[in-house]
Design a protein. Structure first.
Lengths: 188, 321
């Protein structure tokens, strides 16, 4: 069987992918690592030809980049936490993140709910179909008898309002985190 | 940096983020160019991507208020309380409030609802009558008659409010399925019609064959055959595709493949050598990622080899790999 399809496109696109990863903020070395990893996966998976091979590879590269970043983030955060809470008592250190995370999640949910409730009904419905149900824009557009770019406008509005709300949320979160750290210190 | 510029970059980042989800080669190439234009672009894009990632775990708990919402809640509640099938969590609940897509036909109050491969849609005909369309399905409903539906193609699960005076009528080609308050599943493919009952009672072709179907019975009407076949199925498996569960007893692989194709929205080709191989067992469909495909291969004991627009089944022992 000819499973060289995607692999061949990968070889052709490698330079563009390397540039892309660096444009997305990866160091040259990290970008190389990510592509190396992607290459191995392609060889192991024996994937055949796909419809939009470059899009597929860009997506895979993006996913790998995000995974890579999350791992790095977690490492940094663990170190920060250790410094911040060092001197606090161990039992409290274990409990704090789960309670705090739950409070934050509940607060985030309330904010998101409020933002979505504030959207025009059609915008909200389109956002739900696109983001929750994963329907393609074209399908939504055809169903509603509107253009794809009109669907995109609805979605852009929904995302913009969520993004604006999230900015404030980010600050709240930072404050909450400091407060709880303070509390632990005093309690210790 | 003027705030206006920052805002417009953010809007562009949002547009890219939306476009890329189902974007093709061109979109990604152009996205790379956009990133190259200005280092602030990557930063703005990161922020949007992070935001979208952060709302992921919340979306299941969000309530989407929509016009159809109120009646849909009425529809699910009484059923939920006493029935064994329970609608799944967030996503399914959201799908229940799903909109009806009206393709207005010019002359009548009838309208078509279609689903693409792998897509699901819930049509609420009255507060306690609901039709769940599986993927690749085409149906017709009537705005003025909530006790009518017609299936051109595909599969749907029906939950029908009891009304002894006014039976619900489903037309499947020139066959009729009549029912008075029940849960049943209908499949229509070119070669056959299948009707399976989970609860209540269904009458198949009341004016011709008059076949009564009870819970746990499945009727198979092959086109060209002069009589229909009625066999048993565990009632709890009827319509279980809604929860991603497919169960078979001695079913031909061609049928299994068609069900997978309809549910997952991927094309599955079955070579003649495999088409009639009998399959018994249950498979859970959770997506079409590489791991899921591998699980399916193991469950069905076949290889799924990617081809142009989907997958081709190959025997495991075959040399064709």
């Amino acid at each position: 069987m000819t499973d060289s399809g995607l692999l061949a496109v990968f070889v052709e696109t490698r330079a563009a992918l390397l540039r892309f990863l660096q444009l997305r903020g990866a160091s040259a070395a990290d970008a190389e690592d990510i592509l190396q990893d992607l290459h191995l996966k392609l060889v192991a998976e024996k994937l055949g030809p796909v419809a939009q091979p470059r899009a597929y590879l860009y997506k895979m590269a993006t996913n790998r980049l995000l995974l890579f970043r999350r791992t790095a983030d977690r490492r940094t955060r663990r170190e920060e936490d250790w410094i911040e809470v060092h001197g606090g008592n161990d039992g409290e250190r274990d409990e704090r993140p789960s309670i705090e995370a739950e409070l934050i999640a509940r607060e985030q949910l309330a904010i998101l709910q409020r933002v979505l409730d504030g959207l025009p009904e059609r915008t909200r419905m389109i956002f739900r179909r696109f983001r929750v149900e994963g329907e393609a824009q074209r399908g939504i557009a055809e169903d509603l008898g509107i253009s794809v770019s009109a669907v995109e406008k609805h979605l852009a509005r929904a995302y913009a309002e969520i993004a604006a709300a999230r900015l404030r949320l980010g600050e709240d979160k930072a404050i909450a985190r400091h407060l709880s750290v303070e509390r632990v210190r005093h309690g210790a | 940096m003027a705030p206006k510029t920052q805002d417009s970059i953010r809007m562009e980042a949002i547009e890219w983020h939306i476009r890329l989800r189902d974007g093709g080669d061109d979109a990604w190439d152009r996205f790379a160019e956009w990133l190259a234009e200005n280092p602030l672009h990557a930063e703005a894009y990161d922020a949007i991507e992070r935001m979208d990632h952060a709302i992921e775990p919340l979306l299941g708990d969000v309530v989407f208020h929509e016009a159809a919402n109120d009646s849909d809640e009425l529809a699910t509640r009484p059923l939920r309380s006493k029935r064994r099938w329970v609608l799944g969590g967030g996503i399914m609940a959201a799908a229940v409030v799903s909109a009806f897509v009206l393709a207005p036909s010019m002359l009548s109050s009838r309208y078509d609802v279609t689903t693409g491969p792998g897509e699901r849609r819930v049509v609420t005909l009255d507060p306690a009558t609901q039709v769940v369309l599986n993927g690749s399905t085409r149906m017709t409903f009537d705005r003025e008659n909530p006790r009518f539906a017609a299936m051109d193609e595909g599969e749907a699960l029906f939950r029908i409010r009891h009304d002894g005076a006014r039976p619900f009528v489903l037309e499947v080609g020139d066959n009729r399925v009549e029912d008075a308050g029940t849960v049943f599943n209908v499949v229509r493919v070119p070669s056959q019609v299948r009707v399976a009952v989970a609860e209540g009672k269904v009458i198949y072709n009341p004016h011709r064959d008059r076949i009564m179907l009870d819970p746990g019975q499945i009727l198979v009407d092959e086109s060209g055959a002069d009589r229909v076949r009625v066999t048993q199925v565990p009632p709890e498996t009827v319509g279980a595709w809604e929860k991603g569960q497919l169960s078979y007893y001695q079913a031909p692989m061609s049928q299994v493949a068609a069900d997978i194709a309809r549910n997952l929205g991927m094309h599955v080709t079955v070579p003649p050598a495999l088409a009639d191989r009998a399959f018994s067992g249950s498979i859970a469909l959770r997506g079409k990622g590489p791991d899921e495909i591998r699980r399916l291969e193991l469950a069905l004991n076949v290889h799924l080899v990617p081809d142009g627009d989907g997958w081709t089944m190959k025997p495991v022992d075959g040399a064709g790999r």
